[in-house]
Ligand binder design. Structure first.
Ligand code: GRF
Length: 209
């Protein structure tokens, strides 16, 4: 059984889709053990509580630096025997202390087709604003492993979404989110089934050519 921790800062609709996927048996070999937030009022924490999942608010103000904060999180996750961390709207860049300190893989979902529209400043509604400003006709979402860079880790899965002439950042965000919910649970399911392997920066999924 893969023990999963989900890190959230906000609404947590991606967290909810993972919770639902576990509860419905879509994700068979995984269990969400822990939800952590850097924001006391993150709705994601309430979602976890509602489903009987241990939830923790870890206050960044109680730590001297982001590095100390991250080292503490990594220690907590290791001590809980977590095998996979899923970032789901976690609005904090992970430092080296987290990435090196946590013993197992970390996944993230990004609301665009990486490597486009990722990195510094590309978060939340800004991503969709940039897609529209650029005039891209296709956008989408990406699930990837986390490395030291911002949105640069190995790509696990992607899904494309068409941009319409009348899209606004808000409508695009809503459209993409629907696909995020499908993609993230699929990636986590495959991970829990042991079907995702990393060769260099290339992700191989068993059963795919
Ligand atoms: C999603 O668009 C996700 O791709 C991004 O942050 C947003 C979080 O939304 N990283 P939610 O909190 O899961 O509803």
């Amino acid at each position: 059984m893969v023990k999963i921790a989900v890190l959230v800062s906000g609404g947590g609709s991606n967290l909810q889709s993972l919770i639902d996927a576990v509860e419905s048996g879509y994700i068979k070999n995984g269990k969400i053990e822990l939800v952590i937030s850097n924001k006391a009022d993150a709705f994601g924490l309430k979602r976890a509580e509602k489903h009987g999942i241990k939830s923790l608010f870890v206050n960044p103000k109680e730590f001297k630096s982001p590095q100390e904060y991250d080292a503490h999180l990594a220690k907590t996750l290791n001590a809980s025997g977590i095998n996979l961390v899923c970032l789901a709207g976690y609005m904090k860049i992970l430092t080296k202390e987290f990435i090196d300190g946590f013993n197992n893989p970390i996944m993230n979902i990004h609301p665009a087709l990486l490597p486009s529209f990722g990195g510094k400043g590309c978060y939340g509604l800004h991503v969709h604003e940039k897609v529209l400003e650029y005039g891209a006709k296709v956008t989408g979402c990406t699930v990837h492993f986390v490395d030291y860079g911002a949105d640069t880790g190995p790509i696990i899965m992607q899904e494309a979404v068409s941009v319409s002439a009348d899209d606004t950042p808000e409508t695009l965000q809503k459209k993409v989110l629907v696909y995020e919910h499908k993609l993230y649970k699929e990636a986590v399911k495959l991970f829990c089934e042991g079907k995702i392997k990393l060769e260099g920066r290339i992700v191989k999924i068993s059963g795919e050519n």
